[in-house]
Design a protein around this ligand. Structure first.
Ligand SMILES: C[S@@+](CC[C@H](N)C(=O)[O-])C[C@H]1O[C@@H](n2cnc3c(N)ncnc32)[C@H](O)[C@@H]1O
Length: 251
């Protein structure tokens, strides 16, 4: 269970399955969502330098972005809890779940969630953070957008899911096309891609491609307040991107 760290580091903790040698200690922080005011307690790694050292050996050069809490994840969690009916009782897939805040909000809203990430450490923390905040865990699957495994598609079935969630996943140009292809494969016709993004060009180009292909985009913006002061100028756009019901899109 939840084990307090040694006395010399009173604010850090560890959990079963967590590779403390590799990823360092964890600390719990409290997050309050800006509009709904709903609160969450999230475990997060403390030692980012250690994570960066470990990431230097990653064959795909992934930086450990999963260990941060991003304004987009906060905004999407808030948006879901403002409109829980959209996911209640629905099969939902999240791409790039990170620490699991959006996942916990989706579960709190009643979603049947499959949370995915490239990082196994992110999936472990997502399960823990969901259980701590909501009392249940999502199904989790390790997934690389650039090379999704046949097992991933087999697990989701052939009809596609009604809702896909994604918060701040479009920051590298190399991911634009793989994410277009992946979302087309997993989102059912007429389904909703609920995407939060903080104004990066890759995200703007992604959304533009979907609009050109006939997707309907409804937007709202979040300006915080964000828990990290350095994020204060960030404006997050939350898109509700509705896939056309009858048009088959091929990227
Ligand atoms: C900027 S973080 C956002 C995390 C979380 N959604 C949030 O908003 O707090 C991007 C997330 O996408 C994941 N990710 C990056 N590249 C990926 C890939 N090729 N396949 C799957 N997940 C990836 C990272 O591990 C990380 O958790």
């Amino acid at each position: 269970m939840f084990q307090p760290a040694p006395r010399s580091q009173p604010s850090t903790v560890t959990i079963p399955g967590w590779d403390r040698e590799r990823f360092g200690p964890l600390r719990e922080r409290r997050i309050v969502l800006p509009r709904t005011g709903q609160g969450f307690r999230l475990l997060q790694p403390v030692d980012f330098d250690r994570l960066l050292e470990f990431a230097a050996n990653d064959p795909e050069e992934h930086l450990p972005y999963w260990a941060e809490l991003w304004p987009s994840g906060i905004a999407l969690a808030d948006a879901i809890l403002l409109d829980p009916g959209t996911v209640r009782g629905t099969t939902v897939v999240e791409l790039g779940c990170g620490l699991g805040l959006t996942a916990a909000a989706a579960l709190r809203a009643g979603a049947q969630l499959v949370a995915t990430d490239y990082s196994e450490a992110a999936l472990l923390l997502t399960r823990w953070n969901c259980r701590r905040n909501v009392g249940r865990e999502p199904a989790v699957m390790q997934l690389n957008w650039r090379r999704p495994s046949p097992d991933f598609f087999a697990a989701l079935g052939s009809t596609g899911v009604p809702v896909v969630l994604a918060a701040d996943v479009l920051y590298e140009r190399r991911d634009l096309e793989p994410l277009l292809v992946l979302i087309e494969r997993i989102l059912a016709p007429g389904g909703l891609l609920w995407l939060a993004e903080p104004g990066r060009q890759t995200a703007a180009d992604f959304v533009e491609q979907l609009r050109t292909a006939g997707w309907h985009d409804e937007q709202d913006t979040w300006t915080g307040p964000w828990p990290d002061a350095s994020d204060s100028p960030v404006v997050v756009t939350v898109h509700r991107l509705r896939r056309p019901s009858h048009v088959s899109v091929r990227w």
